[in-house]
Design a binder for this molecule. Structure first.
Ligand SMILES: Cc1cc2nc3c(=O)[nH]c(=O)nc-3n(C[C@H](O)[C@H](O)[C@H](O)COP(=O)(O)OP(=O)(O)OC[C@H]3O[C@@H](n4cnc5c(N)ncnc54)[C@H](O)[C@@H]3O)c2cc1C
Length: 386
């Protein structure tokens, strides 16, 4: 049996420790000055915050300086992301562009687009959304049927995307579009990626309200939307390889195991300094899981830094991470001391709020960025089992 993946052990170097202190101090100041409230459970979109983070040099950290980047390491970027998530900072307006759209443009975009778009992402001025899913192509992204047809100086786009997170706030989308039919030999053939200005004529964005009652998802209709040639990303008809890269970027970070962390943090606060033995044991077990996921996720960042493409390792972290974080709110609920038994200084409302919010978002965690079953298929292939 082929064994095709492993996790290189990684220790964060001293510059990461310094950076962590700097990021924590910035975030604590932001919270203290009312810049954001980590316990609001409300939307986390703020362009103002994005611009502050951009000014700190914490967006596009690993990109070349000539495109507005900062030529820092993937491990330094890892530390910044981890702190932002642990503090529940309002990173929605730049996180997608920083994590996957920017790296895609850097790797496959045309020079003119790199020069104009990447510096604006790095400064926190641009928000991106992801145009992969369609009503009949979710897990099988390569079945996309929204068409781009060649016209003078560009392409005309017609069709529909769905489940597009944050599209109503986005400036741009990177969309996977059908430019010709798939072939007998390669069912992934015939797709091309494009950078689309979300304010283009012919685009209609309709909200889909999610389980928490918030407007995050959208469906997007394209009606003869003109996209200039310069906005084509990569090769015509051959986007399947680059779209797979994009999904690897999407899956590899701490974003995939820190979404319900607030419930564990709230439990630790509620437990106070002298929890019962059984509660201490329960918290200890979850913290041990968390520590292991951190080591694995940092290892993925280390492999990216070494120029590797750890697609299977990223899928393993996402699968283990999302399963752990999905189960966490319910475990926290079962472990929590009854109201009245907790530390008297603890705010029970905050605990309830954290638990309510994380319980409601838990179901989505094993779907977004690739479902559990699909990830396990990728892992099985990595192990040589299919
Ligand atoms: C919170 C959230 C945010 C999202 N944001 C975006 C976004 O910004 N942009 C975007 O393009 N999409 C987005 N999506 C969509 C997401 O990528 C898709 O929902 C996901 O890929 C699954 O596709 P589907 O919903 O069509 O389900 P389907 O593909 O129809 O799957 C249904 C079920 O069948 C299983 N299944 C499917 N194929 C296989 C297989 N080969 N083997 C075994 N089981 C299989 C799946 O695991 C699942 O359980 C988001 C989804 C969520 C939940």
């Amino acid at each position: 049996m082929a064994y095709n993946f492993h996790f290189d052990p990684v220790d964060l170097p001293p510059e990461c420790k310094e950076l962590r202190k700097e990021v924590r101090s910035f975030l604590r100041q932001e919270i203290a000055s009312g810049g954001f409230n980590p316990n609001s459970g409300k939307g986390t979109f703020s362009k103002e915050f994005a611009r502050k983070v951009g000014a700190k040099g914490w967006i596009g950290m690993t990109w070349p300086k000539q495109y507005g980047g900062h030529e820092r390491t993937h491990l330094e970027r890892y530390v910044v992301i981890e702190e932002m998530l642990a503090h529940r900072a309002p990173n929605r307006s730049y996180a997608t562009a920083d994590r996957q759209s920017g790296p895609m443009i850097l790797k496959y975009g045309q020079e003119e687009i790199r020069k104009t778009i990447l510096p604006k992402i790095a400064s926190g001025d641009l928000c991106f959304c992801i145009g992969l899913s369609e009503p009949n192509s979710g897990s099988d992204v390569f079945a996309a049927s929204t068409r781009a047809t060649k016209t003078d100086g560009g392409w005309l786009v017609n069709g529909r995307k769905i489940w597009t997170s944050n599209a109503h706030n986005a400036d741009y989308m990177i969309a996977l579009l059908r430019t010709s039919a798939k072939t007998k030999e390669n069912h992934r053939h015939g797709l091309t990626q494009f950078l689309i200005d979300c304010k283009s004529k012919g685009i209609t964005i309709r909200p889909i309200i999610n389980l928490t009652g918030q407007h995050d998802f959208n469906e997007i209709f394209f009606d003869d939307v003109f996209v200039p040639d310069v906005n084509m990303i990569g090769e015509v008809d051959n986007a399947w390889k680059q779209a797979s890269d994009e999904l690897a970027y999407e899956r590899s970070g701490p974003d995939r195991w820190l979404e319900t962390f607030a419930s564990l943090e709230a439990l630790v606060q509620r437990a106070g300094p002298s929890p019962s033995d059984s509660l201490a044991e329960g918290i200890g077990r979850e913290v041990a899981h968390l520590a292991t996921l951190r080591r694995m996720s940092a290892s993925v960042a280390g492999m990216l830094q070494a120029g590797k493409t750890p697609g299977v390792e990223a899928a393993v972290v996402k699968d283990l991470g999302t399963n752990w974080e999905q189960a966490l709110p319910n475990k926290v609920r079962l472990m929590a001391p009854p109201t009245g038994d907790s530390d008297p200084d603890v705010n029970d409302d905050r605990f309830e709020q954290a638990l309510r919010h994380t319980t409601l978002i838990a179901p989505k965690l094993t779907i977004q960025g690739g479902t559990r079953e699909v990830l396990r298929g990728i892992i099985a292939r990595g192990l040589g089992l299919r």
